[in-house]
Design a protein around this ligand. Structure first.
Ligand SMILES: [Zn+2]
Length: 383
């Protein structure tokens, strides 16, 4: 494998997926195939069993979940966002596996109506109540504005972290041992490079907030690496179960089932569950940093045979959403965060930064990923 270095790297796109040199550490072999693809064929695919083997594994774990949950109101918990993966997971867990999950939603103040409606349709359809954690909006807003001011690329970090932390903290507090997640190889086998998507580092969150925030974060749910990976996992015996990797799962079929069963409504692009995410992925990240998150997502779909590579390239040539809509969203986001359109635009012109410009615990996250890789819990490229 050849590794190019330096600023002047020539543009190259993988000959097999659609990842390219906007992932600055990507490497290509002599045929132009990238290391995400090699990792998929050599590391992920041989260990991924949405077949009989997966079925057996699933039966075993489901039996254990049911046994451990005897006499309890719920035997597991599912974080429901209204997107395809978590909606299908809820459907499958209840209707197919006969589990009794507590459905958990987190309202960060940004959900699109379509997502909220989907959540309602799923919970009503399954006849289950929904527990929604409503995040303190003033604190959320303050942290999000601090993040924009910090000029780091990944602006979904505050919401992502709060959603993740609220679910885990809630499960731990209520003695729920099994967290079912919609995470899956089928739509996420190519992991976003950390230069663009750096997650779950509360040291960095606190440092950025200390520098740019205005009000104390008293109630915002937080969950650091130690708490999630050591305290919850080993002392509270919490287990994360990725059911969608043990069954045949494709986005297209999942949507058909969800529409048939719940009149569920799809929305454009994965993760466009809120105007905020739409704006940050479709505008901030692309305009300021030149990174298009669709490349990772489409590459996952190409590798798993759910999207034709030429079709993916054709879609990537189009902006992720209408430029007029982007301007409307900019105004909406700015207003909601309490600044003017002009202030936001001015802020966007400041120099770009990365997580390395702030206090962080990247060494600890890297270590946790290394351990996860050794245990076979994480097989994607991490860099
Ligand atoms: Zn590739």
């Amino acid at each position: 494998m050849r590794e190019d270095s330096g600023q002047q790297r020539e543009y190259q796109r993988c000959s097999n997926c659609v990842m390219d040199t906007s992932d600055s550490k990507i490497r290509f072999d002599e045929n132009g195939m990238c290391d995400h693809c090699h990792n998929y064929y050599e590391n992920i695919l041989p260990n991924w069993h949405p077949d009989e083997q997966g079925q057996k594994e699933l039966e075993k774990i489901v039996e254990k979940i049911k046994k451990d949950g005897q006499g309890k109101k719920y035997d597991c918990i599912i974080g429901l966002s209204g997107g395809v993966d978590s909606s299908y997971l809820a459907y499958y867990a209840v209707r197919v596996l006969g589990l009794r999950p507590l459905l958990f939603g987190c309202d960060t103040g940004w959900n699109l109506n379509v997502a909220v409606n989907n959540i309602e349709k799923i919970t009503k359809g399954l006849g289950l109540p929904l527990y929604t954690e409503i995040v303190n909006w003033n604190e959320m807003k303050d942290l999000q504005l601090a993040f924009f001011r910090s000029q780091v690329p990944y602006q979904d970090l505050p919401q992502d972290h709060v959603i993740f932390a609220s679910l885990y903290n809630f499960a731990a507090k209520n003695g729920i041992k099994y967290v079912l997640t919609g995470g899956n190889n089928s739509t996420e086998c190519v992991r976003e490079p950390i230069e663009w998507v750096y997650q779950n580092d509360i040291r960095m969150i606190r440092d950025i907030h200390k520098k740019y925030g205005k009000r104390p974060l008293k109630t915002l749910p937080m969950c650091g690496m130690f708490k999630a990976h050591i305290y919850y996992r080993y002392l509270k015996c919490m287990k994360v179960v990725k059911i969608l990797d043990m069954i045949p799962y494709t986005k297209k079929d999942a949507i058909v089932t969800l529409q048939r069963e719940f009149d569920w409504e799809p929305y454009a692009n994965k993760h466009f569950e809120s105007i905020f995410t739409r704006f940050y992925e479709g505008y901030w990240l692309i305009r300021k940093f030149g990174y298009d998150k669709r490349k990772c997502h489409f590459s996952s779909l190409v590798l798993t045979g759910q999207l034709d590579r030429e079709e993916a390239i054709r879609i990537l040539e189009q902006p992720p959403y209408d430029p007029g809509q982007a301007m409307q969203d900019l105004e909406y986001v700015a207003k909601k965060l309490g600044i003017t359109k002009e202030e936001f635009t001015e802020m966007m012109e400041q120099p770009n930064k990365t997580y390395k410009d702030y206090k962080n615990t990247s060494w600890m996250i890297e270590l946790a990923v290394k351990v996860s890789r050794m245990l076979g819990m994480e097989r994607r490229q991490y860099r």
